[in-house]
Design a protein around this ligand. Structure first.
Ligand code: MG
Length: 257
């Protein structure tokens, strides 16, 4: 069900989003060659708990981590592991969810491990900028297809693959709610955005072809051609004139439009 949140609900989600962003800030300096994704998971879990929230992903449909750690060709849902040690030149997406007093925030960021290739840098920049192309369009009385179109048409200019089976989503009392937010689509289609709707916009991009594969652990999603992938996500609330990013610690940069 798609719901427009009350002021009280949005205040709680603003706190949940702040905790997500703060957790990403706390973990970032630890993302270095030699660290395991398990260690990053523990740092994030401790941070989330320290702000009186719980990790949204832990136990979600049986997921064992507090965060998702998706390295290189892993697009999403990488499981933190003591065996997965980051290497110079890797790129890693950390996806964090926090449940604060029954409301979720969800955000992801792709980070470079040491010095990375120019191809990796470009993929990260384009995927990041695609998120902001979507955010710039999102506002009340705009169709969700307009947001999808802004994201997809930007990414496709670079010849990158957009895996359409993974999407953004509504969020609130549940981590995943309607509507899906596709990373490509037609303008003037889909749900009409309304003030107070809370959604996650999250472009996921392959440097190669758009096809994906789920590994035998039933979680890890990789690009089928094993090409590099990137993923950036913000939770936002739709406003009359634009949107407000909830997954940020920088209040002054949160309003778009
Ligand atoms: Mg999400």
């Amino acid at each position: 069900m798609i719901t427009n949140k009350s002021k009280r609900e949005i205040d709680l989600m603003r706190k949940a989003g702040w905790i997500v962003a703060k957790t990403l800030e706390i973990v970032e300096p630890h993302i270095k060659p030699g660290v395991s994704t398990y260690e990053l998971d523990k740092i994030c879990e401790e941070a989330i708990l320290s702000y009186d929230a719980t990790p949204s992903f832990k136990g979600y449909q049986g997921f064992s981590g507090s965060i998702c750690t998706s390295v290189n060709e892993v697009l999403v849902h990488g499981i933190p592991s003591k065996e997965k040690i980051l290497q110079e030149g890797d790129i890693i997406t950390i996806d964090v969810g926090a449940n604060y007093k029954g409301y979720h925030g969800d955000g992801a960021w792709t980070f470079a491990v040491g010095e990375v290739s120019d191809d990796a840098k470009k993929l990260m920049q384009v995927t990041h900028d695609a998120l902001y192309k979507g955010l710039e369009v999102a506002k009340a009385e705009v169709y969700i297809g307009d947001v999808s179109h802004a994201i997809g048409s930007y990414i496709k200019q670079f010849g990158y693959g957009i895996p359409m089976e993974y999407t953004g989503h509504g969020i609130g009392r549940n981590l995943h709610e309607d509507p899906p937010v596709f990373n490509d689509g037609q303008p003037n289609r889909g749900v009409l955005l309304k003030e107070g709707m809370t959604i996650c916009i999250e472009p996921m991009v392959h440097i190669g072809k758009p096809f994906t594969k789920v590994l035998s652990d039933n979680w890890t999603v990789i690009s089928k051609d094993k090409s590099l992938t990137a993923h950036y996500e913000h939770t936002i609330v739709i406003t009359k004139d634009g949107c407000e990013i909830l997954t940020t610690t920088r209040q002054e940069e949160s309003l778009i439009g």
